[in-house]
Design a protein. Structure first.
Length: 171
């Protein structure tokens, strides 16, 4: 289904290929599904590429990453520009090749999750296990440090039946 977040808008390009238009960056998690395609390439592979090459997106790195022709790499770059996932770099180091960097949308794709949401009960079990370990650490007199606080944040604090993950800070 492409990028999903806040009811992200999806549009079709290049026939039946699903393309994500709006990462809907309002503090929610962007999630990818296996088989989704963005700019004609596998969304999970594109996410990994953006993670590694966020400041050096160009036809050469695309050709190497996706084993594609120069022409196809330029088509992907054009599609990513239309999707506002990349923009030209302010400083071009090579006169023979345009380099791009990821935009906020491209960075959101780089941070997108591909795992399934957790059931609230499963996340609760993990939290209780963590708290049990915290108690065990704090009960030990031979340790130099103790856990002062555990703070839970994120989707677990909502009323949702499924949560994206369990965000915990320990001090």
């Amino acid at each position: 289904m492409g990028l999903r977040s806040c009811g992200a808008l999806l549009r079709r390009f290049e026939g039946d290929r699903r393309e994500a238009i709006d990462g809907c960056l309002r503090g929610t998690t962007t999630r990818l599904d296996r088989g989704d395609r963005i700019a004609g390439v596998d969304s999970l592979r594109l996410r990994n590429y953006f993670r590694r090459c966020s400041e050096n997106v160009n036809h050469r790195t695309l050709m190497e990453e996706f084993s594609m022709t120069k022409r196809h790499a330029h088509e992907v770059l054009d599609a990513l520009l239309k999707l506002e996932m990349i923009s030209p770099c302010e400083f071009q180091h090579d006169k023979n090749m345009v380099s791009y960097e990821t935009t906020i949308r491209g960075n959101a794709l780089g941070m997108a999750k591909a795992g399934k949401p957790l059931k609230r009960a499963s996340a609760g079990n993990v939290l209780w296990e963590l708290l049990g370990r915290v108690k065990a650490v704090n009960d030990r007199q031979d340790l130099a440090n103790t856990v002062e606080s555990v703070v839970v944040s994120g989707s677990y604090l909502s009323d949702a039946k499924r949560v994206n993950d369990l965000d915990v800070a320990v001090d």
